[in-house]
Design a protein around this ligand. Structure first.
Ligand code: B12
Ligand code: SF4
Length: 515
């Protein structure tokens, strides 16, 4: 799995796929390519390691950000090692046709969930059966591509246990301060234009010849099976808390009540989850708080109603967003706001609205991404003509493929780096005044000055001095404790309590990792 130049994490999806293969009697091994585990991207090294396992089949999981390298790897394995390769994951799912065309030696592309397809393929390769008619698998046959439409979904009641031991699991859990990702549902009721759900739900509907409809798109694991799996993970590894990566953890209240009743009884560990402002009510917030939830992550994305409604198609009213952040924090939960700036056609004023809105919401933590048009989504269609084909990044923190004028690019780079200054300037009192001055000074910097490491170093030094001073005097503001991850900011209150919170719950850092 490619995970270089990006936040660290194992793939829950691949753990399930490996579990399914193992249950079917196949041997599995994984290569987790990340410099954070001493395995930076190096094509020759990966080829040598693949060869040392003498595999009958290689599966590669990739999103768009690592697709260029993974396409090259797939081609090299096929042409140099003569081992069949199947490319799967979000990008091949959303772009199966282009992926097959762009990599002429690639044998297979898997569309959607992999447990069923990869097991059927491995079985067929082993038994000499037909590998070209598996539903949801596109196969190369005599130079042409045979596209087999997806038939249905994997039944989540029948999932094999996750094969977490294919990873350096304990080390990754430790490096993520003891947070372990798990998944209890699949699908999301919304279709925000920039999200994989936007493309995936439509694709499944088209391939199955049915309308795009949540009645089949949303699926849940049986609570009993889920809790049994969580207990097995809890008993095998050392960690602090579960992080449910499910898109909208609270979307099915009766199911959630059952799950959390069992969770409290049989697992009893802190957890964090994602949801949306419209998928909470007072009872659900209370249920989460009473069941060990410590952090609720919600997308705000934009403070501009125009951006939310028209471009992003997130139909969440401002009042509802305000209520959700107030209510969760009133119940003692930490709230985290996801934000996205640098959208197609977004003005600087609209981005500033996002900063102002966040200052009003006062979440414990915020996370910022640059808008990134992922192929196969409506957002990518809306960005047509605005994409620089020469540009790509391995994450959406440091850059985007969207084309911008030099002036806009300079403003955006400054704003994303010091966005907590922009948020802070909208706070009341002395913090607001002090950071308004900082923002003014930041905006006055020329491109040459901004590119000078000494200038940026001085900005950081002045930030730390100001933040420490405000902290001493108890003036609420936001800061970034992780210099290598300035997309994550936390409140000064959290910083003040951080040592205790980390010792007690190890909440902060990994609470903000999963997207
Ligand atoms: C947890 C998570 C992470 C974790 C773990 C990453 C991982 N690969 O699982 C971490 C923190 C590392 C991460 C990082 C990033 N992520 Co992320 N992440 C997620 C999240 C929220 C859940 C993933 C998950 O477990 N899903 C549930 C499992 C069951 O589904 P799955 O992973 O898709 O796997 C199934 C199928 O895809 C398939 N499959 C997957 N791989 C393969 C391989 C083969 C061979 C086969 C046959 C099948 C197959 O089978 C699996 C089981 O059915 C998703 C959103 C989502 N809901 O999926 C975003 C998501 C995957 N992330 C995304 C992005 C953009 C990123 C980052 C670039 C963000 C950044 N900070 O810059 C980085 C870079 C990732 C990297 N590889 O290094 C995007 C990808 C969009 C795209 N089109 O490429 C997503 C889809 C969110 C979105 N914006 O829509 N992420
Ligand atoms: S609510 Fe979140 S997970 Fe669901 S479609 Fe929108 S961005 Fe994607």
């Amino acid at each position: 799995m490619p995970n270089f130049d990006a936040p660290l994490g194992v793939s829950v999806g691949l753990s399930y796929v490996a579990g399914a293969l193992r249950r079917a009697g196949h041997e599995v091994a994984a290569l987790h390519i990340t410099e954070l585990l001493g395995y930076p991207w190096d094509l020759e090294r990966v080829l040598a390691d693949v060869q040392s396992h003498a595999p009958g089949l290689v599966g590669i999981s990739t999103g768009f950000n690592h697709y260029a390298e993974m396409g090259a790897l797939a081609e090299a394995i096929e042409t140099r090692l003569h081992v069949p390769v199947v490319l799967g994951g979000v990008h091949p799912t959303l772009q199966s046709a282009t992926v097959m065309a762009q990599n002429p030696h690639l044998s297979y592309v898997a569309v959607g969930e992999g447990e069923d397809k990869l097991t059927a393929l491995a079985d067929a390769l082993q038994s000499g059966g037909d590998t070209t008619s598996i539903p949801g698998l596109h196969a190369r046959v005599d130079g042409a591509v045979k596209r087999n439409p997806v038939r249905g979904f994997v039944d989540l009641a029948t999932l094999a246990p996750m094969a977490n031991d294919i990873w350096d699991f304990q080390r990754v859990a430790d490096m993520r301060r003891g947070w372990v990702n798990v998944s209890s549902q699949r699908g999301c009721p919304y279709r925000c234009t920039y999200c994989h759900n936007n493309g995936e739900a439509k694709l499944y509907a088209a391939e199955r010849g049915v309308p795009d409809n949540n009645s089949w798109y949303l699926r849940y694991r049986p609570p009993e099976a889920m809790v049994e799996e969580l207990r097995a993970i809890r008993d095998r590894w050392r960690f602090q808390a579960f992080s449910f990566i499910d898109d909208t953890f609270t979307m099915n209240p009766p199911w959630l009540e059952r799950l959390l009743a069992l969770y409290r009884r049989d697992v009893d560990m802190p957890f964090i989850c994602n949801t949306t402002p419209v998928d909470l009510d007072e009872g659900l917030v209370r249920l989460l708080a009473d069941s060990g939830c410590r952090v609720v992550r919600m997308g705000v994305e934009s403070g501009s109603a125009r951006m939310r409604a028209r471009l992003l198609k997130r139909p969440f009213p401002e009042q509802r967003i305000r209520w959700a952040f107030r209510e969760t924090q009133a119940r003692g939960l930490h709230a985290l706001a996801f934000n996205m700036i640098g959208n197609v056609g977004e003005s600087q004023e609209e981005m500033v609205e996002t900063f102002r809105f966040n200052a009003d919401l006062r979440p414990t933590m915020m996370k910022l991404a640059l808008a990134y048009p992922y192929p196969g989504t409506e957002y990518a269609d809306a960005s047509a003509g605005h994409v620089d084909p020469q540009r790509s990044t391995h994450n959406f923190i440091s850059g985007s493929v969207l084309r911008r004028s030099p002036e806009d690019a300079l403003w955006l780079d400054k704003a994303r780096t010091f966005y907590f200054w922009h948020v802070n300037r909208f706070l009341e009192g002395e913090a607001g005044r002090a950071f308004a001055e900082r923002v003014e000074a930041l905006e006055a910097l020329s491109a040459e000055q901004w590119a000078d490491p000494a200038v940026q170093g001085a900005l950081w030094a002045s930030h730390h001095a100001l933040s420490a001073d405000l902290q001493r005097r108890g003036a609420f503001h936001y800061t970034t404790p992780f210099l290598e991850r300035t997309d994550i900011i936390v409140s000064s209150e959290l910083v003040a309590s951080q040592r205790e919170v980390i010792r007690r719950e190890a909440v902060e850092r990994e609470a903000v990792e999963p997207h």
